[in-house]
Design a protein around this ligand. Sequence first.
Ligand code: PLP
Length: 408
Amino acid sequence: MNTLDVIGQFDRYVIGNYKRLPVVITRGEGSRMWDMDGKEYLDMFPGWAVSGLGHCHPKVVEAIRRQAGELIHIDNTFYNAQQGRLAELLSEKSFGGKCFFCNSGAEANEAAIKLARLAGDGKRYKIITMERSFHGRTFATMTATGQAKTHAGFHPLVPGFTYVPFGDFDAVDRASDDETIAVMLEPVQGEGGVNVPSGEYIRSLRELCDAKKMLLIFDEVQTGMGRTGKWFGHQHFDVTPDIMTLAKAIGGGVSLGAIVARPEVAAYMVPGKHASTFGGNPLACAAGVAVFEAIEEGNLLENARQMGEYFRVKFDAMKEKYRLIKEVRQLGLMIGVELTVPGDSIVTKALEKGLRINCTQQTVLRLTPSMTITTSEADQAMAILDQVFTEYEADLARETQENSDGPN
Ligand SMILES: Cc1ncc(COP(=O)(O)O)c(C=O)c1O
């Protein structure tokens, strides 16, 4: 089998719902991965922000191996020690809540939405979410997502969701009425373009939710588990939510999602109201516990903060150098570089040179480097990006020149 064989197999047998890059990845280690032909890539967007510790972190690999030999799955009819320990860690590192486990970000948000409706007791059911948010692809989480492109083709949507501009406190105040049970947002919008709100906005939302007895739900699927330099994104703003949702990096690469809810809110989720067959299985939870241990033992929160600063300085310098960079937005190792031009061709050029990055909202390059990244890996990534920008600007200048040299 070679790359073309695999792509051919996909063409015949896999539904074409993803825009894929023409590369077959076979191995990963830390911030690096390799394709079928042995080509090496620096991965600055590992697993769409899933591999927060980089690929195949040794502690996670060891925990999975150990757990797989003992018990891979046991249903929630029984207790299992790994689920209990992971819940304890999540609760202790956040705001002392209780956990429910599932397998993905959409499922975690779905659970939060259902829990909010339960707390609304049939009288309050409306949820305010943000424009440019992203909460998942199930029906309720897709509806919660404040982007028309995500809704297209699926109407009628789930009733009860209202969208307001991210960062506009008054809009939330105006949109909430006595049927509103919750306000739901990402502490930093990821897919929406790496949009970092002010602390004042987040704190005002908390006060508003308290005053109007609404629940504040933070979707920490992308901001969670240390990437921003704190365990959870909301900890930058000194505000605690009523419900927090998690997935992506918490399983170290294994499918794992969770919600953490204040005990009084969690109490609404009684037997029969919600469940997940795979949720909280020992294999995924053992991986989750290993992620916590790896972050603590490796002092990786500190590394995320330091390397976030390192990237900030580098990107600031790059912004001065290239006119095509409009703005750089960042919290720790969650980095968005807004361009004045579409970013797809930059992503492709970077990949050709062995650098993997992402582009969202057409013009925002997104990087979520691993918390284990070193300065030399960061330098290498920035050197490739520098080359790509230089070539892009040279191509642009040449095209402009050719057009001005045209027949008229
Ligand atoms: C903030 C946020 N919430 C939810 C999701 C959905 O997660 P999943 O794809 O695991 O369902 C994502 C995925 O990108 C996300 O970034």
